[in-house]
Design a protein around this ligand. Sequence first.
Ligand SMILES: [Ca+2]
Length: 118
Amino acid sequence: MGTRLRRAAVAIALGVVGAFVFAAPANADELGVFQDANYGGEDLLFTSSVPWYGYYAYPGGRNLNDTVSSLINASSCHITFYTDVNYSGVSYPVNPWTDVPWVGSYFNDKFSSHRWCY
Ligand SMILES: [Ca+2]
């Protein structure tokens, strides 16, 4: 009986840990931007607004500005992208929880800023 109870306790504990682990990404509210279409090339993750992509570089060193071709909005917010610095130029709004495998020929390699929950 003691062993059975211990097993039950372990199962419950694992269940709690599992729920926490699986809940974390849903609450993370992350944006992934990718160099290439279909989430290819290098990527960067953000959790808030970025007024100027020129301040960021991919892990390989390439500057982020004017490179984004696909994105994943894994957040509960609308995120609006802009072709110019400080949320100016032409805007490209993306709904919450939306994957965009290709931003389209007009916006490809043009994003320079994005505003969170906007
Ligand atoms: Ca690109």
